[in-house]
Design a protein around this ligand. Structure first.
Ligand code: GCU
Length: 667
């Protein structure tokens, strides 16, 4: 196998320099099969660059499958003492030899990339055996890529990094070298599954399941050497659209047979196929409601078809009424997923995974954790993040999302002694931020979000700041200083900075309708989308209490149902998500709501200006093309942040008539 190095494409977190520590040593790889061959190919590629080589014992580094015979002596010392388990590995260093031992080939590959991350540190002092296992079994990236260019959404829905790396102009790309390179990047941060098409399945894309399956197989073939399985988004009415049946009723025998036969053909073509992703009865996508069936019945027919082959169906919980009357105060979009799915707990098949967006609305920069995650004790769960920065600056703004994701993963719905979201989810999913842009993610610094997603899915207890430094050290090798400090300063707090200059205190939206970039405070206020802030001359926010509002707070277990219900106890950052309060309401911080709005908006824009100054100083110390790209984007971020600041401040000043206590300029 050759290591993919597509021309003109940034190496992201795998530049050749990142392999120096391994590549300059003598390494023994023991084990058979595709992924062991990948590890061997990686080692010899690294050695060709840095002077080391593949060898027999004695070696500086031993990477071995526990099933390999004979097991090298350095690995035999570990065997039987530590159980790496599925996808895991044991790492140790003794007598000057570094050893990675895995029970399965995926573990060997992950162990190899762990050594890449460690660099020289893997070859220093002796290390007692440490076992690494992924917290999430499936660490998945969902692409919202269309095969054919969609007239409104383009090639990639909510894509901010150019076209699709898989598809172009109605077909799979001819040259898939880049897909292989993508698989390599994903494996190196721990991802092991990819859905290759949009959850909104349009006419052309529907055919990926049948007559265009060969294209999916070609992509699967490129990703397989890096241990990544392919999943497919499918339309619920496929039996009608593709099979010519008069119905897609999940309880109709012909429909069941169609799904079973179609799925069997999928596995004949792609034996390690992962499964289906389904968006049903949501934003115009068809679903079981049309046949008066439940989502458990709808998902059941797909799950049954996949079960004989070990496949799974990721069924999205993103179901709500997107044709709401804004005058109707009894309907609350935040409630919808729980109201639809909580009564169905216990009715789902074992190979059905309910895929829940991390917040109850839609990937806003600040939302509470979705109450669905705590409400499905007998259902398998995937938590969905959005790496593509739809509502977080569209990859024109620096917004490092790992601190937000980590907060979600740490949230304990039953209080400090209960389990955390990270313990409740079996899968972690991110909507992809990757396209055919030379930097993969448009904004070069947005690469860190994809990297951090994979790392958190592997280990949700990792510190986002440490992941950031790890990413910087790999990406900017060989000489991460001095830009390391600058990059860290620019990125570490960037999500909070973004939060400061956009919609305040968890109220959300206030974005331009449709494309969702830039401020428009009332943009969604009188629309059918269910995303309102209810600002008037006296106050702002959504009353979601049981006492006087929509009752959404009652979807949480104690203590959070009480904390969120109480205007005194509700955390400041979520106050307007749960409560409608007067502008003079005093926050825990001591500030009033209106003064908080002014202060955070001035501060947020100023933080961006400071980032721009610091980046200008880093000129000459990072690659000039990368520096220039980030500089241009920071110019735009500052323009946009000032626009947000001035519109939001002006809006609330005009509504409330309350002047800024600091007398700053409000338009
Ligand atoms: C958001 C996004 C849509 C997407 C949807 C989803 O609403 O704006 O483009 O289709 O989420 O998650 O299905």
């Amino acid at each position: 196998m050759t290591i993919p190095e597509p021309n003109g494409v940034h190496a992201a977190w795998l530049p050749p320099e990142a392999f120096r520590a391994i590549g300059s040593r003598r390494t023994l790889v023991c084990g058979d099969g595709l992924l062991a061959d990948t590890v061997r190919a990686e080692v010899s590629w690294a050695c060709a660059r840095h002077g080391g080589g593949l060898t027999d014992e004695p070696a500086d580094l031993v990477l071995a499958l526990s099933t390999a015979r004979p097991l090298p002596a350095a690995a035999a010392r570990l065997a039987g003492r530590e159980e790496p388990g599925e996808q895991g590995f044991v790492l140790a260093r003794h007598d000057g030899v570094t050893v990675v031992l895995a029970d399965d080939p995926a573990g060997l590959l992950h162990g190899f990339f762990h050594l890449v991350r460690l660099g020289e540190a893997a070859f220093g002092a002796a290390r007692p055996a440490e076992t690494h296992r992924p917290a999430m079994r499936r660490r998945m990236v969902d692409h919202w890529d269309n095969v054919a260019v969609h007239p409104v959404m383009g090639q990639v829905e909510r894509g901010y990094a150019g076209g699709s790396i898989f598809w172009a102009d109605g077909a799979a790309r001819g040259d898939l070298t880049r897909v292989r390179a993508y698989g390599r990047l994903l494996a190196a941060c721990g991802v092991n599954a990819v859905a290759v098409n949009n959850v909104n399945v349009h006419a052309t894309e529907a055919h990926l399941l049948t007559d265009r399956l060969g294209d999916v197989a070609a992509i699967a073939g490129e990703l397989r050497p890096y241990g990544i399985r392919v999943h497919l988004s499918v339309g619920f009415t496929s039996p009608v659209v593709l099979g010519g049946l008069p119905t897609a009723d999940p309880l109709d025998e012909r429909v069941r047979e169609w799904w079973a036969a179609t799925t069997e053909r999928v596995y004949e073509t792609i034996p390690d196929f992962g499964g289906y992703v389904v968006k049903a009865d949501s934003e115009g996508q068809p679903g079981p409601f049309a046949y008066e069936r439940t989502h458990a019945e709808g998902a059941g027919v797909l799950a049954d078809a996949l079960a004989p082959f070990g496949g799974v169906v990721h069924w999205r919980a993103f179901v709500y009424n997107h044709r709401q009357d804004w005058r109707d105060r009894s309907t609350d979009r935040a409630r919808a997923a729980y109201d639809h799915f909580q009564p169905l707990d216990g009715h789902f098949r074992d190979n059905m995974i309910l895929q829940v967006k991390h917040g109850p609305i839609d990937f806003q920069p600040r939302e509470p954790v979705s109450p669905v995650i705590a409400a499905m004790p007998t259902t398998r769960l995937a938590v969905e993040f959005q790496a593509t920065q739809e509502y977080t600056g569209q990859q024109r703004h620096v917004c490092y999302l790992a601190p937000m994701w980590r907060e979600v993963l740490d949230f304990r719905p039953w209080g400090p002694d209960g389990r955390a979201v990270a313990d409740l989810a079996g899968d972690l999913v991110a909507v992809s931020n990757v396209g055919d842009d030379p930097y993969w993610t448009g904004h070069p610094l947005a690469q860190a979000n994809l990297y951090a997603f994979g790392r958190l899915a592997w280990d949700p207890r990792l510190d986002p700041a440490a992941i950031l430094d790890e990413w910087i050290d790999l990406t900017f090798a060989p000489a991460p200083e001095p830009p390391r400090g600058t990059l860290h300063a620019l990125m570490d707090g960037s999500w909070r900075t973004y939060e400061r200059y956009t919609a305040p205190l968890g109220v959300g939206f206030m974005v331009r309708p449709g494309h969702h970039y830039g401020p428009d405070v009332d943009g969604y206020e009188y629309t059918p989308w269910g995303t309102y802030h209810f600002a008037d001359r006296d106050g702002v926010g959504v009353d979601r209490t049981r006492a006087s509002g929509t009752g959404f707070t009652g979807q949480y277990p104690r203590p959070w149902s009480d904390v969120y219900e109480s205007v005194e106890r509700c955390p400041d950052e979520l106050l307007l998500f749960f409560h409608h309060v007067p502008y003079g309401h005093v926050l825990h911080s001591g500030s009033t709501v209106i003064q908080h709005i002014y202060d955070t908006h001035f501060a947020g824009a100023e933080e961006v200006a400071e980032s721009r100054r610091r980046w200008a100083e880093a000129a000459g110390r990072v690659n000039p093309a990368l520096h220039a790209r980030v500089r241009e984007l920071l110019d735009e971020q500052l323009r946009s942040a000032e626009e947000w600041r001035d519109q939001v401040n002006a809006y609330f000043f005009r509504k409330s008539g309350v002047p800024d206590a600091c007398g700053r300029r409000i338009f």
